[in-house]
Design a protein around this ligand. Structure first.
Ligand SMILES: Cc1ncc(C[n+]2csc(CCOP(=O)(O)OP(=O)(O)O)c2C)c(N)n1
Ligand SMILES: [Mg+2]
Length: 534
């Protein structure tokens, strides 16, 4: 059997699990991993800061459904990457973080080893499924097997393996093999019958879908139509039911008319969602009717919103079983579902503020300019908050706004990861002037990778969301009106195209060029532009 280093063995094993790309930043401790990356023929995308690497890996996972992998150094590599790992944790994304670590004999001793953290595994323990310090090379096949058991057999979440610098170069006997992931949990048939009984007699049923329901379009559509039930999506569930469907309320959970429809329902079927406050902007939504929850995570089923009936199971298998159970029952679907949806949509349309009407104008231009399979990566900007309900999606895995962790600066690196994972699909990033500055350095990564990536900057010369909150509460505007750079020149300096658009036609035309370009294109839209007024 061939002898190789532990670093080589890890990468060969990951290639056998299907890993084709890693996002990273090399350092003295991880060089043996890089020998393995080269030998395994894995693509390495070099970020400019480890925050970019973890966010790119997250974007890759969202676009492909496969785990995103990042390779980073110990200490500052881990603390820099923390934001992307924590975001992936909040949004249940599969992420494998491979970091260096100080030499095993120095760990926890405070000897001043380079990149030392007192307890590196503990740093990420609160936002990973597990975080482990590897002590022996032969432990790795098990820990990587456990990581894939999390990714494929449960609620996906990040896993962090810390690899000491004296472990990676050790010789191993080759031939580490992937372990077969466990099967997904199947629902209890008695619980499915009870859910069908409750739904069949509901007079105002309503369905809410989140990220855990991705992949359930066929049974979800059958259930919604069988019941005549409106379907509301969270950001992570946007597009599972096409938003052109007459029963779709889109991702309008942030708007009062949709929240009232939820409160008014007599039976609510909640699938694969925690109903995060980041989606609704209210700490706790009102649900007066009976709640039926479907989730793969038993703890989620017991959290915040107590349920009349909790069904643990894989969402697709559970909804298939529920659709079949409803099909066996005699009852007429509620006839007023689509008219309830139309009424809610009309009230939302009437409730838009002047600036939200500007946002809607931008989104309608983007929607008209972009193919339906386009992936949109959104940052925590006011334009994106409106996009949740104003940018209709016909497909799932197309809209990503991570409202729960809600970290500024995520859109650009996530879009880079998505474009690398799904090169044939159009991908755009949308960020505010404040948010883009957090990770604008990664334009250099996108340029180096020659990505045809439009990056939309919504420029209002302010951290406008916070300005508005300060104004409402009569707090002086302190620290919320930073001076923006000349974004077009910054983009050009980092190897991208850049332009400021002054009309809908110009936005449409520039997007067309950007999607076919040999480099990213920063497209600046000013909130005070004439074309958005009136
Ligand atoms: C890492 C991080 N720091 C601070 C915040 C708080 N915050 C939320 S929205 C916002 C303003 C963002 O400004 P910008 O990106 O320009 O978008 P705008 O609100 O102007 O549309 C801030 C500072 C945050 N969400 N994330
Ligand atoms: Mg702004």
């Amino acid at each position: 059997m061939k002898t190789m280093t532990c670093g080589e063995g890890i990468m060969q094993l990951l290639a056998a699990y299907g890993v084709d790309t890693v996002f990273g930043m090399a350092g003295t401790m991880t060089i043996e991993l890089y020998r393995g990356i080269g030998l395994a023929g894995i693509r390495h995308v070099q970020c400019r800061n480890e925050q970019g690497a973890s966010l790119m890996a997250d974007g890759y996972a969202r676009a492909t459904g496969n785990p995103g992998v990042c390779t980073i150094i110990a200490g500052p590599g881990v603390t820099n990457a923390a934001t992307g790992i924590a975001q992936a944790y909040c949004d249940s994304q599969p992420l494998l973080v491979l970091s260096g670590a100080c030499a095993a004999p120095t760990l926890s001793k405070g000897w001043g080893a380079i990149h030392e953290l007192a307890d590196q595994a503990a740093v990420t323990a609160g936002f990973t499924a597990f975080s482990t310090m590897i002590r022996e090379p032969q432990d790795l096949p098990e820990w990587i097997g456990r990581a894939y058991a999390v990714f494929r057999g449960s609620r996906p979440r990040p896993v962090h393996l810390s690899l000491p610098r004296d472990v990676l170069p050790q010789a191993i006997e080759g031939g580490w093999r992937p372990r077969r992931p466990p099967s997904l949990p199947m629902p209890d048939p008695a619980a499915i019958e009870e859910a069908a009984d409750r739904l069949a007699v509901a007079t105002r049923p309503l369905i809410v879908v989140g990220g855990g329901a991705v992949g359930t379009r066929v049974p979800l559509t059958a259930i919604a139509e069988r019941l005549g039930a409106p379907v509301l999506a969270t950001n992570a569930g946007k597009g599972i039911l096409p938003e052109s469907h007459p029963l779709s309320l889109g991702c309008s959970i942030v708007r009062a008319p949709s929240q009232e429809a939820l409160a008014d329902a007599d039976v609510v079927l909640l699938v694969g969602s925690q109903l995060s406050a980041g989606d609704s902007f209210v700490p706790r939504l009102e649900i007066a009717g009976d709640l039926i929850r479907i989730d793969i995570d038993p703890q989620e089923l017991a959290s915040v919103y107590g349920a009349a009936l909790s069904i643990q199971g894989d969402a697709r298998a559970t909804l298939r079983a529920l659709a079949a159970a409803l099909g066996r029952r005699e009852f007429a679907p509620r006839a007023d579902g689509a008219s309830r949806v139309r009424a809610v949509r009309a009230r939302i349309e009437q409730s838009l503020s002047p600036v939200e009407r500007k946002h809607a104008k931008v989104w309608s231009t983007l929607r008209a300019s972009l193919p339906p399979e386009t992936i949109v990566m959104g940052d925590a900007s006011q334009l994106v908050y409106s996009g949740s309900f104003a940018m209709p999606m016909e497909e799932e895995r197309c809209w990503f706004y991570s409202g729960t962790y809600c970290a500024l600066g995520v859109a650009l690196p996530m879009a880079i990861g998505a474009k690398i994972g799904a090169p044939r699909r159009p991908v755009i990033a949308v960020a505010g002037d404040g948010g883009l500055m957090f990770t604008i350095n990664e334009l250099a990564t996108a340029a180096e990778e020659r990505l045809a990536l439009p990056v939309i900057v919504w420029n209002n010369d302010a951290l406008k969301e916070i300005v508005d909150q300060m104004d409402r509460r009569e707090v002086p505007r302190i620290g919320v009106e930073p001076k923006s750079p000349d974004f077009v020149r910054v983009a050009e300096g980092l190897g991208c195209h850049g332009l400021r658009v002054t009309s809908a036609a110009q936005l449409q035309q520039s997007l067309g060029s950007a999607l076919g370009a040999d480099r990213p294109t920063l497209i600046e839209i000013r909130e005070d532009a004439d074309w958005l007024s009136g």
